[in-house]
Design a binder for this molecule. Sequence first.
Ligand code: ZN
Length: 434
Amino acid sequence: MAYKDEKLHEEKVFKDPVHRYVHVRDRVIWDLIGTKEFQRLRRIKQLGTSFLTFHGAEHSRFNHSLGVYEIVRRILINFEDRPNWNHEERLLCLCAALLHDLGHGPFSHSFEKVFKLDHEDFTRSIILGDTEVNQVLTNISIEFPQKVADVINKTYHDKLVVSLISSQIDADRMDYLQRDAYFTGVSYGHFDMERILRVMRPVEDQVVIKESGMHAVEDYIMSRYQMYWQVYFHPVTRSAEVILTKILHRVKQLYDEGYTFKVEPAPFVSFFEEQVSLEDYIKLDEAVVLYYFQMWAEEDDPILSDLAYRFINRRLFKYAEFNPNLQMNEWMELYQLFRDIDLDPDYYLVVDSSSDLPYDFYRPGEEEERLPIHLLMPNKELRELSRQSDIVEAISGKKRTDHKLYYPKDLIEKLPEDRPEKQQIKKILHKQES
Ligand code: ZN
């Protein structure tokens, strides 16, 4: 029997708190889960620094990847007897769903920013390179790894297949919204996924939603909106992320200056040199990173040791509302004041801006050409969601941005009361504090 048709003798099931069970019957899926590159995802948290805000948010990218696979598996069962659906693509969809986040590293967001990396490049490299994942995929056919990479990269010719994994209503989002809501314990993020799966229909190059399912989709879009602002952009999570990013900046700067570390940061050297091999990348997980943070908290460099201590012990920066575009003068003044009190503003005065677009219809040429969600009307016409739904129309295309200024309030408080800089800093920041 060809490897692509091989089934496990007995179905394997994973208990899952969000989908109850994840079912595996295909040999290739089982083999992919067993590869070391996929097992590595157990050691990378799905929500990065969010666990410092929501203590339950310790779930891993492994959980989420299995969840996305399970959702796609269920969608495909519903597609089984639909016209427009090419059954040959089944295994490709399942593999792409399972592997779509394979290249994420520890605290990806900060690492990518500081070391100029892109997790999507690593996803591609792991699928196409000399890895266990590549060996398993090659057993299907010699072209198969490339096809999986193309689906994840959104360049695959069959856009219907791509849209299951990445669109404005895809298996990825449907899993992470529910999973992140479950593990953070918030009450937003829940929507009727079973209903959405039942009303999804494959039509030519996209998945559309039967009009009768519109309210379930509205609920999904609103829950995404809520999750972004209440969980993903939570100001405390961002504070931890700011500190994490500054630790990486500092350690790289020290390395560049030839600083002698008490413990040689060997796993980071190729990151500092910006020549990261696939092997080094795969080895670096959150356990390694947190081990070095502990070591760095003991370093002689006062900035590195302070920042690492803060991250490990959750002594986060406080924040104030601050829009650098509108408050240039205050920014310059604060910058100088921080210098005057010997707090390096490049590490201790940080503006962070987060923005999100909850839903958008198609606007060609914009940064990310978003495919709109289409409703399938009873007369078989397709209608773009925001033209039918008042709720979705109200938030369509509205980009919201939030700016915050992060700083170590504890260190400012420690200054003697009679230092004029202290009073002046407090005066500027007090106005902005919420
Ligand atoms: Zn994902």
